[in-house]
Write a protein of this length. Structure first.
Lengths: 140, 543, 95
């Protein structure tokens, strides 16, 4: 069973700079980390310099990171958004749709299960950050 | 009725495959119970006291005979020959085996049914008016809007891990049969100044530990902007709803803490940002869905006058049927509340019979009500007698709709692992005690919950009963004055709790007080209570 | 006071009672786990095969074990409102 400590769905080189907490972020910094209750919109003036935004998932049940990711993508951020923490394989499809394109789980994820999970739904009902066509557009 | 196209079917089939994979990983010990529990809950599978319980979604409470027969088949094949219709217009099976659940879901998928999001901190089954498309009082059929919401909320990438569960109800009428003021979001179809249909939006109602009535946050929402506005409401909640305390995590607490005006302002602000993102489907999608809900072709010249010389039949017609928008037709409610029986339970044989009768007499449509009864929405008055006879033969012709023995009860401690006390035996005793005088009592809604979560809607009962645990013993609190209808109000606790016999006696006393205080037979219990207040009831019950 | 070990089988959800060497569907087969309860839990919980494991208090009566709480008596018998489905553990009326 192949497992990974970092799953990444991007082709550009990994940006390895340490992500600083939002409170310590200085304009021009390239990597930042948001806690679930940080307001992702505070980063909008800085999206031009940022190259990676980490979203903390202290518990998988805490779904605020999905909204943070969606807000950052809606604001046009195209670089890496990484989910960090209690991220489980059955959440991957939701995370990918919300605009997260890298995952650093605190427990390794089985790559075979991850692949199955991400391939499972050929259709989606609503538009999201991944820009997949919703079924209402396919029906059109 | 809505029928799946290839996309809907593919999504349901993929969900079955996903759940099969998840169950297999659990049975192989690849994942722990802690990791698996939220996965099975998002597919409506609970571990209850005696076995697994599966909650199957019945979107907006609408079924056809083919689906009802499948529910009967599942009761026989996977359960012990019965099912329980719930206050969420769903059905629950009580004796499910985990290892068989994926096969069960695969069978359900063959009749376009599923258990998506019937539990978990996500958007639950959308509920609606059981008289949709039949009631004379409606502006339009609310179900196309409910189906649009069902699809939008299914596997939503942003709103599947909310602070807490999220319930939405839609109605098309001023007569509120969907309890919209008691939902996280309540939607009412209204006409705007130009006569166009739009939605009135209520947010932040609910029962449970902290019952609240939902305030209106928008008087009129154009249909074209429906889903982007929902996105804004849910996003404000997902970001700012409390996650530190499970009892304060529902949206009602957020709305109450912020105030309805400030909450509405935040939603408008968010909406302005998400509205341009293309979240709203084109009008053609709503039209496509609405085309599935074309009213049946009913003959407007069907005879209105029928022979009511049989007094038992006449009583059933008077109590359990409502006027249909098409003359010569009626809306029939099938009571699942024969006094002494378990509220909301139906045997597989009863389900099969109702499927047959729906096909024969009711345009192949069946509805589930939040009061745990079933409805045949389109019946010719001329067929009522034959229908009534067939129902009577199966114990399904009890004429008690909205009367004292038509009691809502959650499964309680007989089945539910969250319960503190049994609900069903209380409902049974009250129903048997009150049935002989219920015609005289008129409309009287009694609702029993076995714990503070309030699945039995005790806060919305004219008489509500809440089971609690008192040092290991079952104890029952008495509440009076609630309503889940358009005159919604929250029932208030009258005083100290009782044991099982004590609560039954207390209800008997309350009913006696009502009979002496009412201005006449037309004044309902609820109206008398509202007029005189709790004092005379309290005095009589507690001395 | 005697303590019994109970749980639900993962595959079926069936209510189980610890009989000293394994699991039984019947309350009458339960044994008082006494001081061994915590050690059994520590051994069984990580195996992840039995859900909702719990030690419960019961009294000894002439007809056998009687769990102290209503909840555990319901678990032992079945729904009190369906005597036709009851297990032969306690009389339904004893709930």
């Amino acid at each position: 069973m192949a497992e990974a400590a970092l799953l990444r769905w991007r082709n550009d080189p990994e940006q390895t700079a340490p992500a600083v907490p939002l409170a310590d972020y200085q304009p021009g910094g390239i990597a930042v980390r948001l806690a679930p209750d940080d307001d992702a919109r505070l980063l909008i003036p800085h999206l031009g310099s940022l190259r990676r935004i980490d979203l903390e998932f202290p518990k998988f049940r805490d779904g605020r990171g999905y909204s943070s990711a969606a807000i950052l993508r809606e604001a046009g951020f195209a670089h890496e958004i990484r989910a960090v923490g209690d991220v489980q394989v059955d959440q991957l499809a939701f995370l990918r749709r919300a605009g997260i394109d890298a995952v650093a789980p605190n427990r390794p994820i089985d790559l075979g299960v991850a692949e199955r999970t991400l391939a499972r739904f050929a259709h989606v009902y609503m538009p999201a950050a991944d820009r997949r066509q919703p079924v209402w557009a396919k029906r059109g | 009725m809505y029928r799946y196209d290839e996309y809907d079917q593919a999504i349901v089939d993929a969900r079955v495959a996903e759940f099969r994979d998840q169950v297999a990983r659990r049975l192989n010990n690849e994942i722990s119970e802690d990791a698996f529990k939220p996965l099975r809950l998002m597919n409506g599978l609970y571990l209850q006291l005696h076995a697994y319980m599966l909650r199957v979604a019945i979107p907006y409470g609408t079924l056809d005979s083919r689906q009802m027969r499948m529910l009967a088949y599942i009761a026989r094949r996977y359960d012990r020959g019965y099912g329980h219709f719930t206050t969420r217009q769903n059905i629950q099976y009580n004796w499910i085996k985990l290892a068989e659940a994926p096969d069960l879901l695969a069978e359900l998928a063959t009749v376009e049914m599923h258990a998506f999001q019937t539990s978990g901190n996500c958007i639950r089954n959308i509920s609606s008016d059981q008289f949709a498309a039949a009631a004379a009082d409606e502006i339009a059929d609310p179900r196309p809007y409910a189906e649009l919401l069902r699809q939008w909320s299914t596997l939503h990438p942003e709103f599947s891990f909310l602070p807490r569960k999220f319930k939405i109800a839609v109605t098309g009428s001023n007569i509120d049969r969907a309890a919209i003021q008691l939902h996280d979001i309540g939607l009412q179809l209204v006409r705007g100044e130009t006569g166009e249909i739009g939605l009135k939006v209520l947010v932040g109602g609910g029962m449970g530990r902290t019952p609240m009535l939902a305030p209106v946050i928008r008087e009129y929402l154009p249909v074209a902007d429906f889903l982007s506005y929902m996105q804004a409401v849910l996003r404000v909640y997902n970001r700012h709803g409390r996650r530190d305390n499970i009892y304060k995590a529902r949206i009602k607490i957020l709305v109450n803490d912020l105030g309805a005006e400030e909450f509405a302002r935040q939603v408008e602000e968010e909406w302005a940002l998400v509205k341009p993102l293309g979240l709203d489907p084109p009008a053609s999608e709503l039209a496509r869905i609405a085309a599935h809900f074309q009213p049946p072709a009913l003959a407007a010249d069907a005879p209105v006058d029928i022979d009511l010389s049989d007094p038992a039949f006449a009583k059933w017609v008077a109590v359990n049927t409502h006027p249909h928008k098409v003359p010569g037709h009626a809306i029939v409610t099938i009571s699942l509340k024969a006094p002494g029986e378990i509220p909301g339970d139906a045997s597989a044989a009863q389900m099969d019979l109702i499927a047959d009768l729906a096909e024969r007499y009711a345009q192949d449509e069946i509805r589930v009500t939040h009061a745990q009864n079933l409805v045949l929405p389109h019946v010719r008055r001329a067929d009522l007698f034959a229908l009534w006879q067939a129902l009577a033969g199966a114990g399904l012709a009890t004429a008690n709709l909205d009367h004292a023995s038509d009691i809502i009860a959650c499964p309680g401690l007989d089945y539910c692992t969250l319960a503190n006390a049994r609900s069903i035996p209380i409902a049974q005793k009250l129903a048997v005690m009150l049935a002989p005088q219920e015609s005289d009592l008129g409309e009287l809604k009694i609702k029993v919950s076995g714990c503070i979560n309030g699945c039995g809607h005790h806060h919305a009962g004219h008489i509500g009963i809440l089971g609690v645990d008192r040092r290991g013993d079952e104890n029952y609190q008495l509440l009076l004055g609630g309503s889940g209808a358009e005159d919604a109000s929250l029932a208030k606790i009258l005083g100290a709790g009782f044991d099982e016999n004590g609560i039954v006696a207390a209800v008997a006393t309350v009913v006696d007080v009502y009979k002496t205080l009412r201005t006449g037979p037309e004044e309902r219990f609820l109206d008398t209570y509202r007029r005189v207040g709790p004092a005379p009831f309290k005095e009589a019950v507690y001395g | 006071m005697p303590r019994l070990l109970t749980g639900n089988r993962l595959e079926t959800g069936d209510v189980l009672w610890w009989s000293g060497s394994g699991w039984s569907l019947h309350l009458k087969d339960a044994v008082d786990v006494d001081a061994d309860g915590e050690a059994l839990l520590a051994q069984l919980v990580p195996q992840e095969r039995i859900s909702d494991l719990a030690l419960i208090d019961a009294d000894v009566t002439p007809s056998g074990w009687r769990p102290r709480s209503t909840r555990e008596r319901v678990r032992a018998v079945g729904p009190s409102v369906r005597p036709d489905l009851a297990l032969p553990s306690l009389p339904v009326e004893a709930i």
